[in-house]
Design a protein around this ligand. Structure first.
Ligand SMILES: Nc1ncnc2c1ncn2[C@@H]1O[C@H](COP(=O)(O)OP(=O)(O)OP(=O)(O)O)[C@@H](O)[C@H]1O
Ligand SMILES: [Mg+2]
Length: 272
């Protein structure tokens, strides 16, 4: 097991509010596996990735990497963000070098690695531009190159393709799929896009509405590259869609119920 979560619960105490984002989450990712994570909006997917990245901590339960407890950012785990999160004052090249710089790698080595990766993601010739001079798709290519620069074993992606136009996103997905195939790194991708999850993942983790629990883990046993018109692809899409729709209805019902309670309470007060 490469990454393993055991009974992970996350509670945000923001007095007077207490929000339980994740409840008793247990699952694992094997080395070289591509796991997609889907679930209703606000259920705790980003929180989950941030904890694996070591940027946040579970309230209870454990996260292990190669069997060791993860409590801080790890040099073999990196993240690609939906908002790109590039450093605006650094050139493309220096953005990609950033992680290696933090690790204290010499300039020549950093630059060599960064140039190779930029070439791989199709950004040769853009090394000296600044983020504001790039399109969204190009920024995310930089985001991906930066995540790979430290030669991670695990790449976390939080809705990495959702802030770019669909054509570019499609091309980037194909690139990420190739990178996965060539490097056999472990990928965890949070997404709202079910076809994207089915196109890329070996397994899809379906989370319930908040507080998120593991609702189902769906294996995607289809040859790659995968066509969304394939009948098995469509079946998996329909199955996961049904699971999510049930969750959505559950959460709406719970919401209505709480509204109803609030309504009764007000009415009681009025009558007193
Ligand atoms: N730092 C924080 N402090 C307090 N509450 C937080 C914090 N971060 C997240 N939350 C709450 O935890 C819950 C889960 O948030 P999270 O961003 O992980 O959800 P998500 O599944 O990624 O949502 P989306 O699909 O919309 O991106 C939400 O109710 C959110 O308001
Ligand atoms: Mg999120």
């Amino acid at each position: 097991m490469h990454v393993e979560l055991s009974n992970v619960t996350k509670v945000y105490e923001d007095p007077p509010e207490t929000v339980t984002a994740l409840k008793d989450i247990s699952f694992h990712v094997n080395e070289g596996e591509f796991l997609a994570i889907v679930g209703p909006s606000g259920c705790g997917k980003s929180t989950l990735l941030r904890m694996i990245a070591g940027l946040d901590h579970p309230s209870s339960g454990q996260i292990r990497f190669r069997g060791d407890l993860l409590t801080a950012p790890h040099s073999k785990i990196s993240m690609v963000f939906q908002s790109f999160a590039l450093l605006p004052w650094r050139t493309v090249l220096r953005n990609v070098e950033f992680g290696l710089e933090v690790q204290g790698k010499p300039r020549e080595e950093r630059e060599g690695v960064a140039r190779n990766l930029l070439e791989m993601v199709g950004l040769r010739g853009y090394e000296n531009l600044y983020p504001k001079q790039l399109s969204g798709g190009m920024k995310q290519r930089v985001g991906i190159a930066r995540a790979l620069a430290i030669d991670p074993e695990v790449v976390l992606m939080d809705e990495a393709f959702s802030a770019i136009d669909e054509f570019t996103a499609e091309a980037l997905r194909a690139e990420v799929s190739d990178i996965h195939k060539e490097t056999r790194k472990t990928f965890l991708l949070v997404t709202h896009n079910l076809p994207e999850a089915i196109e890329l993942a070996d397994r899809i983790l379906v989370l319930s509405a908040r507080p998120a629990r593991v609702k189902s883990i769906v294996g995607v046993d289809l040859e790659r590259p995968r066509a969304s018109t394939d009948s098995e692809f469509i079946t998996i899409h329909k199955d996961i869609f049904a699971l999510l729709q049930a969750e959505l209805e559950n959460s709406i019902m719970r919401h209505r119920l709480s509204e109803l309670k609030e309504f009764r309470r007000l009415k009681d007060m009025e009558e007193r």
